[in-house]
Design a protein around this ligand. Structure first.
Ligand code: G
Ligand code: G
Ligand code: MN
Ligand code: NA
Length: 255
């Protein structure tokens, strides 16, 4: 309960922040995306609670709604700010929890954030997990179609770790699969993980979806993925999640 109170204060007092992790095209070294990630740090910069802890608490006490709104507006405002500075901005990926995804106000929230910041929807990607979508698959399909109608991109996060049927890939308008970092991390040392990564890349390519690998940490990971037809990558090998000012330095002029 104390932690709930602390979280309420953190929201009210603007103690939450966002960092941005670059996503690259490994063939060219170009930054093609940024994933916004939530942080709640102590004043010395060390994490107070992890984003997963924050989201878990916030989903129980309803704070997930104001936090989600804050994340969306803050990330969109930052993207617009970079554009005002004359920087070429890539797409911006924003995570949504299951509760956020099922919230009736989601489509309006996305629409408002785009409009307020004068952003084209194709700058925005929503990251959803399999479990968020499969909780109520019929409602999910409707919701995904509504979001697609706005023009944003839809990505499946942590792919391969949830309980779900592959048939939803055929039924739902998913644009991009994010291969979970647990598979990527072991792909060069474990045959089973290698097989899973290869299979997911083939699946995405054959179903005309984009595919990105998370948790790319070594040159070996990069070579393994490139050799199998995955060129979009995110991970410590390229960049950690960065504060906005540092992330802006990676963007090139051209908006
Ligand atoms: O940044 P880090 O790897 O610690 O994030 C851990 C997890 O927390 C991520 O996998 C992501 O799913 C979740 N997360 C991070 N930021 C957000 C956010 O703004 N909203 C939601 N719903 N989840 C987030
Ligand atoms: O679940 P989601 O994909 O949203 O989580 C992204 C999280 O993964 C971020 O919180 C980030 O801190 C973490 N992350 C990003 N790159 C790497 C990496 O190369 N290795 C590891 N172990 N974690 C990473
Ligand atoms: Mn994510
Ligand atoms: Na992930």
């Amino acid at each position: 309960l104390e932690i709930e109170t602390a979280l309420r204060h953190a929201v009210a007092d603007n103690l939450l922040s966002l960092v941005y992790q670059p996503q690259l095209d490994a063939r060219t070294g170009t930054v093609i995306g940024l994933e916004a990630l939530l942080r709640w740090n102590n004043s010395d910069g060390t994490p107070y609670l992890s984003p997963l802890q924050i989201i878990t608490i916030a989903e129980k006490n309803g704070l997930i709604i104001p936090i989600g709104e804050w994340v969306f507006h803050t990330a969109c405002r930052q993207l617009r700010q970079w554009q005002h500075e004359g920087l070429a901005t890539p797409r911006l990926a924003i995570n949504l929890s299951a509760v956020q995804f099922e919230e009736p106000g989601l489509v309006q929230l996305v629409q408002d954030a785009l409009q307020k910041n004068d952003l084209s929807p194709d700058y925005i990607e929503l990251e959803l997990t399999e479990s968020a979508i499969m909780h109520r698959p019929d409602d999910a399909k409707q919701k995904l179609l509504e979001l697609k109608k706005l023009g944003v991109w839809l990505a499946l996060d942590d792919f391969g770790t949830g309980y779900s049927s592959l048939s939803y890939l055929k039924l739902f308008p998913i644009d991009r699969i994010k291969i979970d970092r647990s598979f990527v991390n072991e792909a060069t040392t474990n045959n089973d993980d290698a097989a899973i990564v290869e299979t997911v890349i083939s699946l995405a390519n054959n179903m005309r979806m984009q595919v990105i690998a998370e948790g790319v940490e070594t040159q070996e990971h990069v070579e393994f993925l490139l050799a199998r037809g995955c060129h979009e990558m995110q991970g410590y090998y390229y960049a950690r999640p960065l504060p906005a000012d540092q992330c802006g330095k990676l963007l090139i002029p051209g908006f």
